[in-house]
Design a protein around this ligand. Sequence first.
Ligand SMILES: Cc1ncc(COP(=O)(O)O)c(C=O)c1O
Length: 374
Amino acid sequence: MELFDVYPLYNVTPVSAKGIEVIDDKGQKYLDFYGGHAVISIGHSHPHYVKRLKNQLDKIGFYSNSVQNPLQAELAQKLGTLSKCEDYNLFLCNSGAEANENALKMASFHTKKSKVIAFKNAFHGRTSAAVATTDNQKINAPLNQQQKVTFLDFEDFTGLEGELKTGNYCAVILEAIQGVGGLDEPSSEFYQFIQEKCKENNVLVIADEVQSGFGRSGKFFGFQHHGIQPDIISIAKGMGNGFPVGGILIHESIKASYGLLGTTFGGNHLACVATLAVLEVLERENLIENASTLDSYFKEIASTIPEVKRVKGRGLMLGLEFDFEVSDLRKKLIHNQHVFTGGSANKKLLRFLPALNITKEQITSFFNALKAEL
Ligand SMILES: Cc1ncc(COP(=O)(O)O)c(C=O)c1O
């Protein structure tokens, strides 16, 4: 058997990694400013994370959601406190798409409606309702197209109000900062308008924090830059620092009942300790503050590079826009400078998604590598 060939691969084979460095099978070191697509939040193989997972593995790695698992309650408590979202309840699953799937399903159960508003250029995952709310027809199969989704432009106040008034919608789903789309975000005024109009029309606001959450934007959640409080918040990626884990925070006004949601693997012992370790390191090492501080350091240096036409994003979810497509530049950065960076749907945007414990010196190294290839 061979692999189903869906991923165009760079010819690099990482075999180990530590902090911000990835080492390949030939012993070559790479600086990881991509974090495996915003997944590595506290650095590769962080000692506390490794210790926590190893210890847990020695005890119990998995049991199903039919027995008590106090690690889930510990995680919910810690996550509520650190994110300042104490008045939510946590449902654990395994990935970002699954988190959004459950978020959309909950909104539909709660409101008994089925239509969803999403935004142009949004990415919410590749499964059923999640892919239907993703603005990319290439990955939307006829099966998925049966979902009823309206795509609006950011700042379309009139369109949003008109659609919500029809009374057919269960949710508005948004990324606080669009990740895959290319780091666009509307005004706080628009987000606050969404919240206000959703309340008026009994429609739920779902914040997809799969990429922007867990401190990446310089606050625990990206929506916290805009003064809104969503009804449901989806999380994954940086949450497990590489361990596959996702979840949704559901406002306590939305009630649970047995069997409403469920999953075999979600919230298993290893996933819980991986996430607890991430939260502990974020807190102990002040990594959210680090992301916030380094945002301005990065932008300051970027503003001195004439080829950079625009700097986008927040915290350590950043991008540099050029007036040319960046795929060749990314290849040169990997092969000549041994530096990983990210791309996006905006082909002119080079994305920077490092672990949140990156240092100023490492950011300087990134810019030195970049300048050498421009
Ligand atoms: C904002 C956002 N939502 C959802 C997803 C889907 O997450 P996963 O690939 O874990 O299913 C992604 C993945 O890139 C994402 O960026």
